[in-house]
Design a protein around this ligand. Structure first.
Ligand SMILES: Cc1cc2nc3c(=O)[nH]c(=O)nc-3n(C[C@H](O)[C@H](O)[C@H](O)COP(=O)(O)O)c2cc1C
Length: 250
């Protein structure tokens, strides 16, 4: 197979017919991997406003306008996002929507097999009541975990996205990493294609949710893999970045 054929093959679901699903880790009885990356007990945790708290403070936006106004934005105002707004955007992209709040696989976005193989990292630059730095969203706890301060954040993000200045010029930059094993546990070799399909839903919800808070975003798929993974502090094998989106007021 030449390389174009190989890459086209990846887009197809042909493999499904040759994978022996009896041999997946799930069907061999391997325990299910957690839907949220574990954290150290002494990690610095910042609780986020719960949905019932931000709900009244976020403007209602009708769906028709949100969809028709959706546009990639690459210029942002120097205004802050509020913590309510950030909590809303995180909820819209990876939040748990199970009415009982107990089932972490029922979220605001669909996912193949409800495996939700993403972690959400945030490079925070201008969010009220939040120190700048790198954070990770904990959907199960509806909280942020402080990962580390980041020096020269805007420049680092720009460089890591091949000079795209908008990557680091928003109030916060969302970076979604994937932990492929979460999906491989159920789907084995058929996992990888659906991981990227899942990512599209997440980013589309970010685009639409931004319209409710006078913000905008721009999907970024062109980035230096090693540089972004290093900024995130992930190993690049068991976890690595797949998609970015800066968010700012517009
Ligand atoms: C998968 C994907 C990757 C993208 N990567 C980039 C990118 O690296 N840089 C960028 O400025 N825009 C990127 N975009 C945004 C597109 O350029 C944009 O969606 C397109 O020009 C259409 O404009 P619209 O979103 O305003 O309709 C990406 C969009 C998608 C869906």
């Amino acid at each position: 197979m030449n390389s174009i054929e190989e890459h086209r093959f990846f887009l197809k679901d042909t493999l499904r017919k040759s994978v022996d699903f009896r041999q997946t880790d799930q069907n061999r009885g391997v325990p299910v991997p957690p839907l949220q990356k574990p954290r150290k007990p002494d990690a610095k945790i910042i609780p986020l406003p719960a949905r019932h708290q931000w709900k009244e403070r976020i403007d209602r936006k009708d769906l028709l306008s949100a969809i028709s106004e959706r546009r990639s934005q690459r210029r942002f105002l120097a205004e802050n996002l509020t913590l309510d707004e950030l909590a809303f955007l995180l909820w819209a992209t990876q939040g748990i929507s199970d009415p009982s709040g107990k089932n972490p696989s029922l979220r605001t976005v669909p996912s193949a097999g409800a495996r939700h193989s993403f972690e959400t990292y945030l490079f925070v630059r201008r969010v009220s009541d939040l120190a700048p730095g790198l954070y990770r969203f904990l959907p199960v706890e509806n909280a942020l975990l402080f990962v580390s301060p980041v020096e020269h954040m805007a420049d680092e993000l720009t460089m890591a996205c091949f000079g795209q200045r908008h990557a680091g010029s928003g109030a916060a930059t969302f970076v979604w990493s994937c932990i492929p094993y979460r999906m491989e546990w159920r789907y084995s070799l058929c996992a990888h294609r659906v991981i990227l399909l899942d990512a599209g839903h997440v980013c589309q919800n970010l685009y639409l949710a931004c319209r409710a808070v006078d913000a905008g975003t721009c999907a970024i798929g062109a980035y230096d893999q090693e540089k972004i993974d290093t900024l995130l502090g992930v190993d690049g094998e068991e976890e690595f970045a797949v998609y970015l989106a800066p968010v700012g007021k517009v």
